[in-house]
Design a protein around this ligand. Structure first.
Ligand code: PMV
Length: 345
């Protein structure tokens, strides 16, 4: 290796419709999940690899131009687990620079975009190092696997617009180790919008990792697994037929189940705030009154994602600005939409 190798990728976040909640082994999901890949909420990461100067790989990390020791520690630990897949890591020191398109303090989970952007760069550098190009499908499958090891949900960010992760008879080719793209979607799902209402921008009181762990021995664990099967079968039908009414029912049931599981786990906790509930009630009333197929979903946090087809954007945006921004921190909203996954910069 004579020269420094460099690459940079932009990778988006994703929003789950069927939620991944609970894991086992090495970041394997206890249930299949399905998500929409976003486009505006992304991370851009640039990685350079130089021939190693000491005995062990050193990693220098800058987030938005500044040192970020908490992130750096997580990234260094993650990279330490990847050398069996990416042998070039034995030979190099790394310099990583990363930034988010959405404010870090917005309370939006950035691990899916951050980990997938980093995995893309590392897999790309491995290809450059060995000078052995891979086909896009092999490359993205490997990147999905590597992203998963950084953050489970990150494995679904590598293609779009709708991805599934977790082995299930209902999706041929599905796997616990990487995500796959869903085909045969009704075109309306290529146009889905996601308006992310920033209800609270604080740091979550309980991390997703702690939440996943609480699914072990959860009193409703078995019921959750059987519910997921029904939801997944119904969602796949809705995605193929363009049935937005059923899509809405499943998306909202999954969001509320996720939070119900948190509230009923051994160390119970609540991440929704009064404003989260106000927004959800407004969404249901607006849908009843207008017939517009807008629904809510939630991550493991208080912020509300509003999902609706692009055809209704003008009307929904007006309603958000007239009514819903009153429930948002500093009246903040991020308008996002379904996308096709990462791009090389
Ligand atoms: O990828 P993690 O470990 O941060 O877990 C994310 C879990 C949820 O966002 C709540 C659901 C999901 O499927 O993305």
């Amino acid at each position: 290796m004579e020269h420094t190798l460099t690459t940079a990728w932009r990778s988006p976040s994703n929003i789950a419709i069927i939620k991944y909640w609970g894991k086992h082994g090495n970041q394997l999901p206890i249930n299949p999940s399905v998500s929409i890949t976003l486009s505006q909420a992304y991370t851009e990461t640039k990685v350079s690899a130089q021939r190693k100067s000491g005995d062990s790989t050193s990693v220098a990390f800058l987030f938005e131009g500044k040192e970020a020791p908490a992130f750096a520690a997580r990234i260094e630990k993650y990279i330490g687990t990847l050398s069996e897949f990416l042998p070039f890591l034995h030979d190099v020191d790394l310099t990583i620079e990363s930034s988010n398109a959405f404010p870090h303090s917005s309370g939006i989970a950035s691990s899916a975009s951050a980990m997938s952007a980093l995995a893309l760069c590392l897999a790309d550098l491995q290809m450059q190092y060995t000078d052995a190009p891979q086909s896009p499908s092999v490359f993205f499958q490997q990147v999905s696997l590597l992203s998963r090891l950084g953050s489970g949900s990150a494995c679904r960010s590598v293609i779009g617009p709708v991805m599934a992760w977790g082995e299930t008879d209902l999706i041929p080719g599905s796997s616990d180790v990487f995500a796959v793209q869903l085909h045969d979607l009704d075109p309306v799902f290529h146009t889905m919008r996601d308006a992310i209402l920033i209800v609270d921008d604080g740091i979550k009181s309980v991390s997703s990792s702690a939440g996943h762990a609480l699914m072990q021995g959860h009193p409703f664990g078995a019921a959750r697994l059987s519910q997921v099967k029904t939801h997944l079968a119904d969602l796949l039908k809705a995605l193929r037929s363009g049935d937005l009414e059923h899509f809405t029912v499943i998306a909202e049931a999954e969001a509320l189940t996720l939070h119900a599981l948190m509230m009923t786990s051994a160390n119970s906790y609540v991440l929704m705030t009064p404003n989260t509930i106000q927004v959800m009630n407004h969404v249901r009333a607006f849908r009843r009154e207008t017939g517009i197929p807008v629904c809510f979903t939630l991550d493991a946090g208080p912020n509300v994602h509003l999902l609706y087809p692009d055809a209704h954007h003008a009307r929904v945006q007006q309603w958000i600005e007239d009514v819903l921004l009153d429930f948002c921190k500093d009246r903040r909203v991020i308008y996002d939409q379904a996308g096709h996954g990462p791009v090389r910069l």
